[in-house]
Write a protein that binds this ligand. Structure first.
Ligand code: OGA
Ligand code: NI
Length: 311
């Protein structure tokens, strides 16, 4: 079983309706799908791969050798207890936003990643418009919700991650199972080294590497806005004994001050369909949600909605 692969360029041609339906299916049944022909220039993607790998070699690899996961793993192996490590991820990560400090030693890193982020943000907005249409919402609805009204207030971040080879991959995950807190996530994963898995009908399945595709998934805020039509899906990253997996996740999220609630149109629709009042999610301030998430990221998500609804 493999997650849907969708040709995004077909949105502009005869196969528009079919492509819209494929994306709707990706959102409703999978929570994850891959886009090919997404319009991000291949040449830019090649540069992104190059500068991120060089950045890891030059600025991160050495530091990973005395990082917390290495220390904890060594302790565990010495103890020979047979336990697993449940409280740490085998991941090297930095996050780029517009106004934090970026790595500066790797030639071309800053320029390339700035260009990449600009393109990915545009792609996120296109994908959100498709979701608006598929959900029967006015064009721009999701973007507006994630910008707290008109203007450019969204929180757009890019995580540059590496999952280095792990000598005891049976003892811990690269990244423990979670759903993403925010809105729309666009992942540019390694061409060859796999590791990302999603939980589908009770089974963990691989998100198959497909060179230069962009994997899209929806976070908890899309679940809320869509009143549960598009559910955020549990995913995790496995470690492997060989291969350093690179993955670059960009997330289009609301700013902390934004109020998030199910779209009234979708609550009404649920009412009509079910003949009873169905608003499955509370209205809350995203920053409050993030405080809950910070404590409960690796726990089931439903209690997070209850907790933030009670705040
Ligand atoms: C994440 C995530 C997957 C990956 O950062 O939330 O799920 O492949 N990343 O790095
Ligand atoms: Ni995630």
């Amino acid at each position: 079983m493999a997650i849907p692969v969708i040709d995004f360029s077909k949105l502009n041609g005869e196969e528009r309706a079919k492509t819209m339906a494929r994306i709707a299916n990706g959102c409703e049944e999978w929570g994850f799908f891959q886009l090919v022909n997404h319009g991000i220039p291949e040449e830019l993607l090649e540069r992104v791969k190059k500068v991120c790998s060089e950045f890891y070699k030059l600025e991160r690899e050495e530091g990973f050798k005395d990082s917390r996961p290495i220390r904890l793993l060594n302790e565990l192996v010495e103890k020979k207890s047979g336990e697993k490590l449940e409280n740490v991820d085998w991941e090297d990560v930095i996050t780029l936003v517009d106004d934090n400090e970026w790595p500066s030693k790797t030639p071309g890193f800053k320029e390339t990643m700035a260009e990449y982020r600009k393109e990915l943000k545009k792609l996120a907005e296109k994908v959100m418009e498709v979701m608006d249409e598929n959900l029967g919402l006015p064009k721009g609805y999701i973007k507006k919700a994630f910008n707290d009204g008109e203007g450019d207030n969204a929180f757009f971040g890019t995580k540059v991650s590496h999952y280095p080879p792990c000598p005891h991959s049976e003892l811990l995950n690269g990244l423990r199972a979670h759903t993403d807190a925010g809105g729309v996530i666009l992942l540019f994963q390694d061409d060859k080294v796999k590791g990302l898995q999603i939980l589908k009908d009770g089974e963990w399945i691989d998100v198959q590497p497909l060179p230069n595709s962009i994997v899209i998934n929806t976070g908890d805020q899309i679940e809320v806005l869509s009143n549960g039509k598009y559910k955020s899906v549990l995913h995790r990253v496995m470690t492997s004994p060989d291969g350093n997996r690179r993955s670059i996740a960009s997330f289009y999220n609301p700013p902390l001050k934004a109020t998030i609630a199910p779209a009234p149109q979708l609550v009404e629709k649920a009412n009509q369909d079910d003949l009873e009042i169905v608003q499955a999610y509370p209205k809350f301030v995203f920053g409050d949600y993030m405080s809950v998430y910070a404590e409960q990221k690796f726990l089931p998500k439903e209690p997070r909605f209850h907790a933030v609804g009670a705040m």
